[in-house]
Design a protein around this ligand. Structure first.
Ligand SMILES: [Fe+2]
Length: 356
């Protein structure tokens, strides 16, 4: 597989590129159409369809493609880019971003989400939603619906504060996806943070990139003792703006890093929400400062998303971030995934909804 043109040797170890052949892309597209015909990823039955589709597609892959998928599935990669996928038919960018409600059930959005759901199954992940996030929907539309982008929206008022979430146009600093209570295993009635997020674009007219910081080189640079201090419950975080109003909360005395047998570690961190707990030891304070510094100088891999690629980000092993949105028509489709190693608190099996 070709390394990404932006990646150094260090980051290359964390990045996989998996281009599909035309027959594989056509098979994936047909399978995504089947899920859409049955109502899309939000409806019961989509899991079985996506799982059967992944099995079929897996059988058509080369040994090299299969081993790359296995490396990701086993937690060994920070990111995996699927390329040369088939876009929705006849779908040029509109003159303005349509309202969120009009986009939610658009066939093109459902197609891209169904395609991503199948890709999650290819790496032994399942798409899911939290009860308290994104109105308990699996499909998150990432676009400037609230304002804060480089160009004001037509309906944007200048005096109100804009939420810091993927529904705004503001730049977002490096972070893993919330919730931040725990990873891999539930704690105190909270399901773990997502193992992965998968993103693709319906429209991205200016090729605005999604930015990824693989964390293995960063953790290596801060050193063993600092990494150990990050495993102590020395950090607080503020509530995420993407949670449903009245739900979710800030958190106190959590760790940033934990040992995990699969992949070696699992990380939870947000450069604009995390702070030091009042009881943090001098070693934890120094480690937090070292982490912040090294994240700022960490290597950033920039991937412009299009309808022809999809980016799988290992949420325990990489941070993601983005600059201010320059073209308000940019629309990404995001799904969360859990790996086979994660045990969430399940509220509904199909579609999979978990307690946040
Ligand atoms: Fe995010």
């Amino acid at each position: 597989m070709q390394p990404h043109k932006n990646a150094s040797a260090d980051a290359e170890l964390e990045y996989g590129l998996l281009p599909f052949t035309p027959p594989q892309a056509a098979l994936l597209s047909d399978c995504a159409d089947d899920i859409c015909a049955a109502g899309g990823p939000e409806l019961p039955g989509a899991i079985a369809c996506a799982s059967a589709a992944a099995l079929k597609i897996h059988g058509s892959l080369s040994f090299g493609q299969q081993s790359l998928l296995r490396r990701y599935a086993d937690g060994q990669l920070a990111m995996l880019e699927f390329a040369r996928l088939l876009p929705p038919r006849q779908d040029p960018p509109p003159s303005d971003l349509p309202p969120q409600q009009a986009l939610e059930n658009a066939p093109q959005c459902l197609y891209l989400a169904a395609r991503s759901q199948i890709l999650l199954h290819l790496v032994k992940h399942r798409a899911f939603a939290y009860d308290l996030d994104n109105n308990a929907r699996l499909i998150r539309l990432v676009g400037n619906f609230c304002g804060g982008g480089l160009q004001p929206r037509n309906d944007e008022s200048t005096d109100s504060g804009v939420e810091l979430s993927s529904h705004a146009g503001l730049p977002l600093g490096p972070h893993t996806e919330a919730p931040y209570h725990c990873a891999v295993k539930p704690v105190d009635g909270h399901s773990p943070a997502p193992s992965a997020l998968i993103l693709t674009a319906r429209w991205n007219p200016l090729d605005e990139p999604t930015c990824i910081i693989p964390m293995t080189p960063v953790i290596d640079r801060i050193g063993a003792r600092a990494a150990l201090a990050l495993t102590s419950p020395s950090f607080d975080y503020t509530r995420s703006d993407s949670f449903v109003a009245g739900t979710g909360a800030s958190g106190r005395a959590v760790s940033i890093l934990q040992f995990d047998a699969n992949g070696g570690y699992a990380l939870r961190y947000n450069s604009y929400r995390y702070s030091l707990n009042e009881n943090a030891s001098p070693a934890a304070i120094a480690a937090f400062q070292a982490l912040n510094t090294q994240v700022r100088c960490g290597e950033v891999i920039k991937i412009p998303l299009t309808p022809c690629n999809a980016l799988l980000i290992n949420n325990y092993r990489a941070l993601h971030c983005r600059d201010i949105i320059r073209d308000n028509r940019r629309l990404l489709i995001r799904l969360f995934g859990y790996s086979r190693f994660v045990s969430p608190i399940v509220l509904n099996e199909d579609p999979l909804t978990v307690q946040g």
